[in-house]
Design a binder for this molecule. Structure first.
Ligand SMILES: Cc1cc2nc3c(=O)[nH]c(=O)nc-3n(C[C@H](O)[C@H](O)[C@H](O)COP(=O)(O)OP(=O)(O)OC[C@H]3O[C@@H](n4cnc5c(N)ncnc54)[C@H](O)[C@@H]3O)c2cc1C
Length: 249
């Protein structure tokens, strides 16, 4: 059943990790925005598989994944069946064997926005993954497009890749706008609340220097309620619904 190896694990906080997984054979390439299926055998011998967006770019070689532990130790119920995957995955070590779907799949790619001049990337939690893949895969869009990346989380230490995006925004201050948004931390000095608050305001249009239009495409990934609210706000702001794209995690 196992056809791959976990080659690297980066602990980002107590429940967020980046996993690099190397296929035994075959071409690991993919289109940024796509996802793969990861699987592990349970102690009972059954198999549990789940879908994960790829957080790296094809040129990074083996696929990287940005994964949150759904049932932390304090909430974990060892009797629950069928078993959840993430507690098993977070017990795994570098060098352990694992299942990874040879092909990456999904249509949540920039092929959906070939005519775009403005791009909105709106994520909650690990929904950030496909957008990091897209920005790493197509660095040229930082010169040719106006881009806003909104990342909504509960606590600031859940802001994965924060330094990377802050540096990218400083280096591309005319075209790339990174907005980390924290909903449950009084001491947070940045944007507070939810992604919907920012979308409802004129913050992004002010950065873009113009209103949203048929040249604007918006990609949403993460919490289904966040997506539903965001679609409504942007449709009211004149973005045609064919220009709104989503991946529910
Ligand atoms: C296209 C797509 C892309 C995705 N990309 C990502 C990504 O990039 N990163 C990411 O983190 N996630 C991503 N996800 C979500 C991911 O697929 C899983 O849903 C998520 O990781 C949770 O899986 P799980 O098996 O741990 O938990 P669940 O799917 O919630 O497991 C359900 C099982 O858990 C058991 N259970 C219930 N309560 C408990 C408990 N307290 N303790 C132990 N077990 C319990 C039940 O028996 C139930 O069968 C994506 C999903 C999709 C559809």
């Amino acid at each position: 059943m196992y056809n791959a190896t976990i080659t690297k694990i980066i602990q980002m906080n107590n429940k967020l990790r980046e996993f690099t997984i190397k296929l035994d054979e075959g071409d690991p390439s993919f289109l940024a925005g796509q996802f793969s299926v990861i699987g592990l055998q349970t102690p009972e011998g059954t198999t549990v598989k789940r879908a994960y967006s790829i957080v790296s770019a094809p040129q990074d070689g083996d696929r990287h994944f940005y994964i949150v532990l759904k049932y932390t130790k304090d909430k974990y119920d060892s009797e629950a069946r069928p078993r959840a995957l993430t507690p098993l995955l977070f017990d795994a070590k570098e060098g352990d064997r694992i299942f990874l779907s040879p092909r990456a799949v999904g249509h949540f790619t920039l092929n959906l926005a070939k005519e775009a001049k403005q791009l909105l990337f709106i994520a909650t939690g690990t929904g950030l993954a496909p957008f990091r893949g897209m920005l790493r895969s197509y660095p040229e869009i930082l010169k040719t497009h106006k881009i806003a990346l909104l990342h909504g989380v509960r606590h600031s230490n859940d802001l994965g890749y924060r330094d990377e995006f802050t540096t990218l925004a400083q280096a591309n201050s005319k075209n790339f706008f990174y907005i980390p948004i924290v909903s449950q931390e009084d001491s947070w000095m940045g944007q507070k609340g939810r992604t919907g608050n920012v979308l409802s305001s004129n913050t992004i249009e002010t950065f873009f220097g113009k209103s949203f239009s048929a040249e604007t495409h918006a990609f949403f990934c993460g919490n289904p309620r966040m997506i539903e609210e965001g679609f409504k706000i942007l449709e009211e702001k004149g973005i045609p619904s064919p220009n709104l794209h989503k991946e529910v995690q």
